[in-house]
Design a protein around this ligand. Structure first.
Ligand code: UT7
Length: 326
C-alpha cells in the first residue's frame, strides 16, 4: 500500500523571547496566573521585518536538509496558517518565490490550530492517489501580529514560529497509518478574527474596535478543546488498529497544559509519553505540532518503529488526529 512517509523535519523560532513578567509590565496579569492557568512561561516574538513566509523558509530549509533532498524535487507546497503574509497570494506562494522553487502547485490551509494536520492528511491523500510524490507541509504563524496587545484574555497565550516536514511516497509499513478530521462551523464565533474579510472589510471603525485581532471566549473553547482533542486521539489510535499502549510518543496541540492533561487522562496516555513545550513557546496555532515533532526528533525521542500520535483542536472549530509510524 502506498502512503506518505515523513523523511525530514525542521523548525524555526524568532530570536526575541518575551516572558510572562514582560507581559505583566504591559497588561494586568502575572507570571503566577499565566503559569497556573496555561502552563506558558515564555514565547518567541517575530520582528517587524519578519513575515510568516520567512519563518516557513527557515523551517523548510532544515526539513529539506534533514531529508537530504533538493528543493526542486518537491511537487507541492502546503502551508497551514491563519496569519499569512497577505490576504493573497497565499503564504505558500511567497515561500515558493523566496526559496527559488520552480513553479509547482502551492497553497494555504486556513484550519487554524489544525492547519498542519489538515495539510498532512491532504498530502497523504495526494500521495496515495499519485497526485504528488514529494510534498512540503508547513505550519506557521505570527500570532503576535494578529492579537490585541491590550487584551489580557488573549495576548499572553500566543507566540510565533514555524515547523515543516517533507513527505514522500513509500510502500513500506512506515508512514502515516491513520488519519481522522472534523469541523463544526456552528461554533465559529467562539474563536475568530471578525474583520478583514468580506463580512467586515477594513475600515477606520473596524481598526478602532480592534476587530482585526483574535477574539475568544476562552472557557467555552476550553470545554470543546478537551472533548475534541481526546476524540481525535482515540479515533486515530482505533483507525491505526493499535491501542494507546502502542503509542511511543503523543504530540498534542499546545494551547493549554490543562487541556493536554485532561486529554491524556481520557486517552490513557502517560505524561512521560507526551511531548510538552508550551512552557517555552506558548500557543503557535498551526505551528505547534510540526515544531514539537522536529524538537522531539532532534532530542532523540523518536526511534525507528515508533508510533507517534498527533492531535489538534482549533478555531472553526476544527480538529484532527494522525498516527505516524517511523
Ligand atoms: O488553540 C486552540 C484553541 N484555544 C484554546 O484551546 C484555549 C482554550 N481556553 C483556555 O486555555 C482557557 O480558557 C484560558 C487560558 C484562555 C483562560 O483560562 P480560564 O481558566 O478559562 O479563565 P477564564 O477565562 O474563566 O477567566 C478567569 C478570570 C477572569 O476574571 P474574573 O471575571 O473571574 O474576575 C478573567 O478576567 O481570569 C481573568 N483573566 C486573567 N487574569 C490575569 C483572564 N486573562 C487573564 C490574565 N491575567 N492574562
Amino acid at each position: 500500500m502506498i502512503r506518505a512517509k515523513i523523511i525530514g523535519t525542521g523548525h524555526f523560532l524568532p530570536a526575541r523571547v518575551m516572558t510572562n513578567d514582560d507581559w505583566a509590565k504591559r497588561v494586568d496579569t502575572s507570571d503566577e496566573w499565566i503559569v497556573t492557568r496555561t502552563g506558558i512561561r515564555e514565547r518567541h516574538i517575530a520582528s517587524d521585518s519578519e513575515a510568516t513566509s520567512d519563518l516557513v523558509c527557515e523551517a523548510s530549509k532544515q526539513a529539506l536538509d534533514a531529508a537530504q533532498v533538493d528543493k526542486n524535487s518537491l511537487d507541492l507546497i502546503i502551508v497551514g496558517t491563519i496569519s499569512g503574509d497577505t490576504a493573497y497570494p497565499s503564504t505558500a506562494n511567497w515561500v515558493q518565490k523566496k526559496m527559488g522553487i520552480k513553479p509547482i502547485p502551492s497553497f494555504d490551509i486556513g484550519a487554524a490550530c489544525s492547519g498542519f494536520l489538515y495539510g498532512l492528511i491532504l498530502a497523504n491523500s495526494f500521495i496515495k492517489t499519485g497526485v504528488a510524490k514529494r510534498i512540503l507541509v508547513a505550519g506557521a504563524e505570527i500570532m503576535t501580529k494578529i492579537i490585541n496587545w491590550e487584551d489580557r484574555n488573549t495576548c499572553v497565550l500566543f507566540g510565533d514560529g514555524a515547523g515543516a516536514v517533507v513527505l514522500e511516497a513509500t510502500e513500506g509499513d512506515t508512514g502515516i497509518i491513520s488519519t481522522c478530521w472534523g469541523a463544526d462551523g456552528n461554533l465559529g464565533e467562539l474563536l475568530y478574527q471578525p474583520a478583514g474579510g468580506s463580512a467586515i472589510p477594513a475600515s477606520i471603525e473596524s481598526v478602532q474596535k480592534r476587530l482585526h485581532t483574535v477574539h475568544m471566549k476562552g472557557n467555552e473553547v476550553f470545554k470543546h478543546a478537551v472533548l475534541r482533542m481526546q476524540e481525535a486521539a482515540v479515533e486515530a489510535i482505533r483507525l491505526a488498529g493499535i491501542t494507546s499502549d502502542d503509542i511511543s510518543l503523543y504530540i498534542p496541540h499546545q494551547a493549554n497544559i490543562r487541556i493536554i492533561e485532561a486529554t491524556i487522562k481520557r486517552a490513557k496516555i502517560p505524561i512521560e509519553k507526551t511531548y510538552i513545550n508550551i512552557d517555552k513557546i506558548a500557543n503557535i496555532s498551526s505551528a505547534t505540532i510540526p515544531i514539537a515533532l522536529d524538537q522531539a526528533f532532534r532530542e532523540n525521542r523518536i526511534k525507528p518503529g515508533d508510533n507517534v500520535l498527533l492531535s489538534s483542536f482549533g478555531a472553526g472549530f476544527t480538529w484532527a488526529g494522525v498516527v505516524v509510524r517511523f
